[in-house]
Design a protein around this ligand. Structure first.
Ligand code: ADP
Ligand code: MG
Length: 444
């Protein structure tokens, strides 16, 4: 019985895909057992739910086969990892209790923040503030940018860095919503003085998503005083927002001018190379070994935010575990397609089409839109024209303009010619179909 968990794991390892096993079973800890009960430790609640819903039978069946008994499996959730980023209780560290850990998400550090041209400056500013908090020039630091681009990540990285350097630093991290709620409940309990004292104890105040302060005048007033008090005592303040403070409605002017008085930096969506780097890093963190072409494919299609990239990887893992499928190009396509949904913008142009045809036929883009009549070139041109018509539904005239000012009869002729060839020429048919699939896929 002592080895039962080891044996179960071995069995599961043999039957499950590697990444599924690595993701869901490697992290499980063995706590103990009785004759008919096995107690396991999982990293978090989500993990527990996942295992219960996906692997319960597999585990109990394996246990039964191995022991000949009906084994009851119990789970406990590992304590120290219970805390997540969303908990914004104001807790600050002191030497004895490492309570900051409950609030600062250790997963969000500088070392795993991937740098690209889109976030370089914000990262550098965050690091500067973390290295010497309270220096006037970067105080307050305000990081702004769209959803899922790493603002919260940087905020926690700053807190984590400071606490590493100086264990006794008092760090308060809260969303502006939390600040608001604390304030309101302090009014209800007649404890507004305690409230302001608590926040004013901070050496470093990290406030996430200040856009929630909009239109809440009383809270703004409170924050204004907290801000001033901390600032005057040389304490560091860092804030994040989803837009420039000047673009927020319902902020009092004096608060606005405070927000803008230090350093304001933005984070932009990641460019292609950064997206590739992020995907590779996130895949590695999840023990996933993705072929490069699938990474490139994801980076091409998932563009909006780092969070989207991250959840694509998680989704991929979930999908493959769920359906017991190895991660291959088709699975990646399915997941990406699902993630993009139907609402994604259509952003394909004749230039994109020519570019893809050029890649597939190894004929220069310039030649495709030239007037050359050499056969392979003319053929690539006709295919491009056909695809423009089929995929974009562009008018014959507009297509003609793109292809060196050809008139609409020439364009029509090209379309007809390819239609005909698709029926009789396997090579052309295959080429056109696969291009069409690729390209329409980028339309979804
Ligand atoms: P925001 O607060 O801007 O909405 P988050 O900081 O919550 O975004 O980031 C969303 C997710 O993307 C987080 O899991 C975060 O770790 C990850 N992330 C964002 N930017 C980066 C980056 N440059 N490198 C690595 N992970 C990142
Ligand atoms: Mg955030």
């Amino acid at each position: 019985m002592d080895n039962v968990w080891i044996d179960i794991k071995e069995q599961l390892k043999a039957t499950l895909p590697d990444h599924a096993f690595n993701t869901w079973f490697e992290p499980i800890g063995f706590i103990g057992h009785t004759d008919n009960e096995l107690v396991l430790e999982v990293p978090n609640q989500f993990f527990y739910e996942w295992i219960e819903s996906h692997y319960k039978n597999q585990i109990t069946n394996t246990a039964q086969t191995l022991t000949g008994n009906n084994i009851n499996i119990k789970y406990t959730v590992a304590l120290e990892k219970k805390a997540t980023i969303e908990t914004t209780d104001i807790i600050y560290s002191n030497k004895r209790s490492n309570s900051y850990k409950a609030n600062l998400n250790k997963r969000y550090s500088f070392s795993n923040f991937i740098e690209g041209p889109n976030n370089q400056f914000a990262r550098a500013a965050a690091l500067a503030v973390a290295s010497s908090p309270g220096q006037q020039t970067f105080n307050p630091l305000l990081i702004y940018g769209g959803v899922g681009l790493g603002k919260t990540h940087l905020l926690h990285a700053i807190g984590g860095y400071i606490i590493e350097e100086k264990e006794s630093a008092k760090i308060i991290i809260a969303t502006s919503e939390k600040f608001t709620l604390d304030f309101i409940s302090s009014i209800q309990k007649n404890k507004t003085i305690d409230f302001s004292k608590t926040y004013r104890k901070a050496d470093v105040l990290l406030i996430d998503d200040i856009q929630f302060f909009q239109k809440k005048e009383q809270t703004q007033e409170q924050f204004f005083h907290t801000f001033n008090d901390l600032y005057q005592h040389g304490k560091q303040i860092v804030m994040t927002a989803d837009r420039l403070p000047s673009e927020m409605n319902g902020l009092t002017d004096r608060l606005l001018s405070r927000f803008e008085s230090g350093l304001v930096v933005d984070i932009q969506p990641p460019d292609f190379e950064t997206r590739v780097a992020i995907l590779m890093e996130k895949a590695e963190q999840n023990g996933l070994d993705l072929p490069y072409d699938t990474v490139e494919f994801m980076a091409t299609h998932i563009k909006s935010s780092v969070r989207e990239l991250e959840s694509t990887i998680i989704r991929l893992l979930a999908y493959s575990s769920l359906s017991n499928r190895e991660i291959d190009f088709n699975l990646v396509k399915t997941v990406v397609r699902e993630r993009l949904g139907n609402g994604a913008p259509i952003d394909i142009s004749a230039t994109d089409i020519v570019k893809r045809v050029a890649e597939a036929t190894k004929i220069d883009e310039k030649d495709i839109v030239s007037s050359s009549r050499r056969r392979p070139i003319a053929e690539a041109r006709q295919i491009s024209i056909y695809l423009c018509r089929e995929i974009m539904g562009t008018s014959l005239m507009a297509i003609g303009m793109h292809f060196g000012g050809r008139d609409h009869t020439t364009i029509l002729h090209a379309c007809r010619n390819i239609e005909k060839k698709i029926k009789i020429d396997k090579r052309i048919s295959y080429l056109v179909r696969s291009l069409q699939q690729d390209l329409t896929f980028s339309l979804i």
